[in-house]
Design a protein around this ligand. Structure first.
Ligand SMILES: *Cc1c(COP(=O)(O)O)cnc(C)c1O
Length: 421
């Protein structure tokens, strides 16, 4: 199936007389015929459903759809994108371990990696994604267990050279984890370029309608856990009657461990109703991404000719520093998000935003409606000046997230606000 078809048909195939749409299984529990049956499922939880803290049919249909879109062998939804990033790391790192991440990542992920994981004894070593393979390789230590990056960095809009990162990670026998939130599998499938694990904030384009927060982890099934130092996967799990994930589940070891161990313990699983809404968003994802990209390219071209704006970051624009990488990794388009750098700094940026009449000023991105945000005073407020620069955030920068309104209306609103600067 092609992507448009997977969006509509993957994950749920109704049988004779069954509902045409995956129903909401609004139940915490599943009933068994006997105590023996219950025991059997505890021996192998892949046999049946136990409890909705870590598995639910409505959510699992969405998991299968997203796995199909990304080209993975399995997926697990989480209650937020943050939970997906957290679990993707905790599934292979424990206190005393480290992992390498590019510095141009979402501000919330920087907080999680630089501060909260540090308190848990896990060190994140930040690297410049544009550095040479030798320089990035030098950051690896004997206790390094993973490498992390974003396909299109939020909000710097840097495009990641995924193949380069995969080469470096694999040379060190660790998996490459890619946050593919902005690109979505419609614009880029990181697994095809060597990524081993893909995470998303489904809150953004996947849900698409600003209805509910969510996340997902997708496993390519390609990483050979026995080739590296991953005792959590290759040695008995005491908390699960001595199960050895790689022995019992082979290629599914990582994603099943995430569910059976971490989701069991942390319980950050989405509600069935949220998954139902996410599925409605996914049904039109391919169609929506096309229009986001078209509208954003029109807007980016307009902004790049505005006097008040010093620089426009949008890898779909010829001349953008990431245009060559975008041609390779994002041939269908560079998503709907544009970064604008105002000549007049913070003051001009804020004045432009406050002058908009239709476009929404909100702490969101990739909404179906056009929205704007000033990262330095909002999402990236906690970062030091040094971290702001490393994350590609400038005081005069506005993140302009182009929606699906008629682009003439977006242009008209922008023009009237710029006229007041
Ligand atoms: C929003 C976002 C996250 C965090 O996701 P939530 O669903 O808000 O928890 C992670 N990564 C990227 C790239 C994001 O844009």
């Amino acid at each position: 199936m092609k992507d448009e078809t997977k969006c509509l048909r993957a994950g749920y195939t109704p049988k004779n007389t069954e509902p045409g749409v995956m129903p909401i299984y609004q139940s915490t529990t599943y009933v068994f015929d006997s105590t023996t049956d219950v025991g059997d499922v505890f021996d192998d939880p892949t046999k049946a459903l136990i409890y909705s803290r870590f598995a639910n049919p409505t959510v699992m249909a969405v998991e299968d759809k997203i796995a199909a879109l990304e080209g993975g062998i399995g997926a697990m939804c989480t209650s937020s994108g943050q939970a997906a990033s957290l679990l993707s790391i905790l599934n292979i790192c424990k206190a005393g371990d480290s992992f390498v991440s590019t510095s141009t990542i979402y501000g919330g992920t920087v907080n999680l990696f630089a501060f909260t994981l540090k308190k848990l004894g896990i060190e994140c070593i930040f690297v410049d994604a544009n550095a040479s393979e030798e320089e990035i390789s030098a950051a690896f230590k004997p206790n390094t267990k993973a490498m992390f990056g974003e396909t299109i960095a939020n909000p710097a809009l840097a495009v990641l050279d995924i193949e380069k990162m995969a080469r470096i990670a694999h040379a060190h026998h660790v998996p490459l984890i890619i946050d593919n939130t902005f690109a979505t599998p419609i614009l880029c499938k990181p697994i095809e370029f060597g990524a081993d694990i893909v995470v998303h904030s489904t809150t953004k384009y996947m849900d698409g309608h600003a209805l509910q927060v969510g996340g997902v982890i997708v496993d390519s099934g390609n990483f050979d856990w026995e080739s590296g130092d991953f005792p959590e996967l290759t040695e008995p799990d005491e908390s699960y009657h001595g199960i050895i994930y790689t022995k019992q589940y082979g290629k599914m070891a990582y994603i099943l461990k995430a569910r059976m161990q971490l989701m069991r313990d942390f319980g950050c699983y989405p509600a069935a109703h949220s998954a139902f809404l996410l599925n409605i968003g996914l049904e039109t994802l391919a169609l929506r991404m096309e229009r986001y990209c078209a509208n954003a390219l029109t807007m980016a071209k307009f902004f790049s000719e505005c006097d008040a704006i010093e620089k426009v970051s949008y890898s779909g624009l010829e001349g953008d520093e990431y245009h060559e990488l975008a041609k390779k990794y994002l041939p269908k388009g560079s998503c709907g998000v544009i970064s604008l750098f105002f000549k007049g700094g913070k003051e001009a940026a804020v004045k432009f935003m406050d002058g908009l009449k239709m476009c929404s000023n909100e702490v969101h991105v990739a909404d179906i409606r056009t929205c704007v945000l000033h990262p330095a005073s909002a999402t990236h407020r906690q970062l030091t000046d040094e971290q702001l620069l490393a994350a590609g955030v400038h005081p005069g920068m506005v993140r302009f997230s182009v929606g699906l309104e008629n682009v003439e209306d977006i242009l008209a609103d922008v023009k009237q606000s710029l006229a007041n600067l």
